[in-house]
Design a protein around this ligand. Structure first.
Ligand SMILES: NC(=O)c1ccc[n+]([C@@H]2O[C@H](COP(=O)([O-])OP(=O)(O)OC[C@H]3O[C@@H](n4cnc5c(N)ncnc54)[C@H](OP(=O)(O)O)[C@@H]3O)[C@@H](O)[C@H]2O)c1
Length: 391
């Protein structure tokens, strides 16, 4: 059992990402004093660079290391290999040398389709897999090998479709939400009855904290981290549509053969457009189109029978929809990515309106109220336009 009263230092790779950001936020806001998390970005420590990883970890000598870094899902084989696989393994080599726990995130992409999939299930490693799935599967296998042969203390968390706030790249579940909100999904690209597992990003840091405090129980093991009940994709899309009060997507299930041909045709058209200077790409998620038509449900029995207690047992992707929709619509509207919902959203826009319409008055008020050095007034009093973000 770790000394849980000692303030630990942890290194987190991927701290600016969806999951990494949630972990940073948890240790800063919800458990201050438990651990100091150092989260170097990829410019400071690139997982492509063995010397970077080694020098950083051997200098900092943290008490634990977490790897939430991945390259873009549609990266070529070299980048996926270097960042997702070799980077993950080089962190493990440092962790083994320092004798510290290593928390690694893997993905349901390493699993076959099916129901009640267990942690022992894995796809066979083949050349034809996507670069992402191949790199994740190889990392899972090498970490297990290093545990058995080099004494590496690691835990692997296999996630499925992750949902939660702060996905700044708009990937996976949030790409689905975006496509519906943006009106770019006229029909359902799935089959009735197809179910998937979902992972709640907000709960992940609680498990990591618990795992770090209980190494004997969690060391050397893989755990599925998903909501207990899988969710039907078609129903989820229709629920989002109904929250957004939109007319599309229509409740028409497009057969896979039609969707597949459509995706190929659009791909060809986009390549032709590129030749005349119009650059557009399909969302990378469409490379996993087949997965929209196959059930993949992960068993969470192993975690359920562990000492971990779900901090929010009633929360799932359906119950979080209203809050996530509000968060992302607000964010995407501010970023001018979608305009459909501007008038429906209840923004606190007084500062924004002044900035837009009356910048001189705003400038003067800032000079009067909120430009003195921090030592003289507190941040809360003087911070202009403070909005804060909800977790
Ligand atoms: N999101 C999902 O739906 C999902 C599903 C299953 C599994 N997972 C797993 O969960 C983990 C985290 O995923 P995520 O969705 O949070 O990822 P994400 O939002 O795409 O963030 C990726 C992170 O990786 C960092 N990164 C990229 N290239 C790097 C490099 N060369 N060196 C160092 N850092 C680099 C980025 O840092 P910079 O900004 O500094 O470049 C960023 O912080 C991954 O292992 C992923 O496989 C995610």
């Amino acid at each position: 059992m770790a000394d849980i009263n000692k303030r630990r230092v942890g290194v987190l790779f991927g701290g600016s990402g969806l999951i990494g950001g949630t972990i940073v936020n948890y240790f800063k806001q919800r458990r201050p004093g438990v651990a100091e998390i150092l989260a170097p970005n990829s410019k400071k420590v690139s997982l492509r660079n063995c010397a970077d990883i080694r020098a950083y970890l051997m200098t900092v000598k943290p008490d634990f290391v977490i790897n939430g870094a991945i390259t873009n899902i549609d990266s070529d084989s070299q980048l996926a290999f270097e960042v997702n696989y070799i980077g993950a393994i080089n962190i493990a080599r440092a962790a083994a040398a320092l004798k510290i726990p290593y928390i690694f995130f893997s993905s349901a992409a390493t699993l076959p389709p099916g129901k009640s999939l267990m942690e022992t299930d894995q796809l066979p490693l083949t050349a034809r897999m996507s670069n992402y799935a191949k790199s994740k599967l190889m990392a899972e296998k090498t970490l297990k090998h290093m545990h058995e042969n080099e004494g590496l203390d690691y835990s692997c968390l296999r996630l499925s479709v992750v949902y939660g706030n702060h996905d700044h790249k708009i990937q996976g579940f949030h790409r689905l939400l975006f496509s519906i909100a943006d009106g770019s999904m006229p029909v359902l690209l799935t089959k009735k009855g197809v179910m998937h597992s979902y992972s709640n990003s907000r709960k992940i840091p609680y498990l990591i904290h618990h795992m770090l405090d209980n190494r004997e129980e969690f060391g050397g093991k893989t755990y599925h981290f998903v909501d207990r009940d899988p969710v039907e994709l078609g129903e989820l899309i229709l629920s989002i549509k109904s929250y957004l009060q939109l007319k599309s997507p229509r409740k028409i299930y497009v057969p896979y053969s039609v969707a597949h041909t459509g995706r190929k045709t659009v791909g060809i058209i986009l390549r032709i457009l590129t030749k005349i200077g119009l650059k557009a790409t399909l969302p990378p998620e469409l490379m996993f189109l087949g997965a929209f038509y196959r059930t993949q449900a992960l068993s969470c029995e192993r975690l359920d029978t562990s000492s971990f207690v779900d901090p929010m047992p009633d929360e799932n992707v359906h119950s979080r929809l209203p809050e996530m929709i509000e968060y992302y619509l607000t964010r995407w509207s501010h970023q001018n990515l979608i305009t459909t919902f501007d008038e429906k959203l209840d923004f606190d826009n007084s500062i924004g309106n002044d900035f837009k319409e009356n910048p001189q008055a705003l400038l003067e008020s800032i000079h009067l109220d909120a430009a003195s050095p921090f030592e003289k007034i507190s941040c809360e009093q003087g911070e202009p336009g403070k909005t804060g973000t909800k977790d």
